[in-house]
Design a binder for this molecule. Sequence first.
Ligand code: SF4
Ligand code: FES
Length: 239
Amino acid sequence: MSAPNHPAPETFLLDGRPIPFTPGQTLMQAAQAAGVYIPHLCHHADFDPIGSCKVCSVRIQGRTVASCTMPARADLVVESETPELHHDRQRLTQMLFVEGNHHCPFCEKSGACHLQAVAYHLDMQDTHFVHTAPHHEVDATHPDVWLDRSRCILCELCVRASREVDGKDVFAIGGRGAHTTLLVNSPSGQLHDSDVAVTDRAVHICPVGALMPKRQGFVIPIGQRPYDAADIAQRPEDS
Ligand code: SF4
Ligand code: FES
């Protein structure tokens, strides 16, 4: 009996390298499956993409698209590691730094923060823009969960995790422009009378130090955290 005939997977080109994909995969999903890193912040493998941060942008025949939302198609010619895209990603990352409280040495998430790790990966040496740091409320009202909105990069991962994994819908994004912020769905608008629990996926998925469990300081010593040791591009298992 002859062996079943498996057709070769379709591929697209990413910076000249053929990347196999299965129908329905995005460029980001196929690249990650092939072990190729495309910088990103709002993408997470466990959730449908929302395409908001634009850090994952790539170029296809002169067009800029978010690789986390763009479906893979055979024979696409995709550019990611170009000087122009590197520059754009740096500027987007710098903008996030100046719009929030991202003073890494004072943040418990340092060494495990995706924003910091992406900045290191992009060799970001300064913040380029003038710091704006608009005022955002800290919510320390819950016994076990802490929310510092001034560090929130509005990736909506906690929103998606609360809704899709925890089945609770605790978080939402609201407001406009510089006043866009993370809202808590509770009678007071604070965490203490919301449905959130410290065991929720939403509390542990934040890529920065905005939403975190309390009393976790220095559980992993500085120097032993994931991105202290390895560039984020070398950790394909992360998001
Ligand atoms: Fe994303 Fe964290 Fe802000 Fe939630 S609190 S939107 S997970 S950055
Ligand atoms: Fe694609 Fe944020 S990771 S837009």
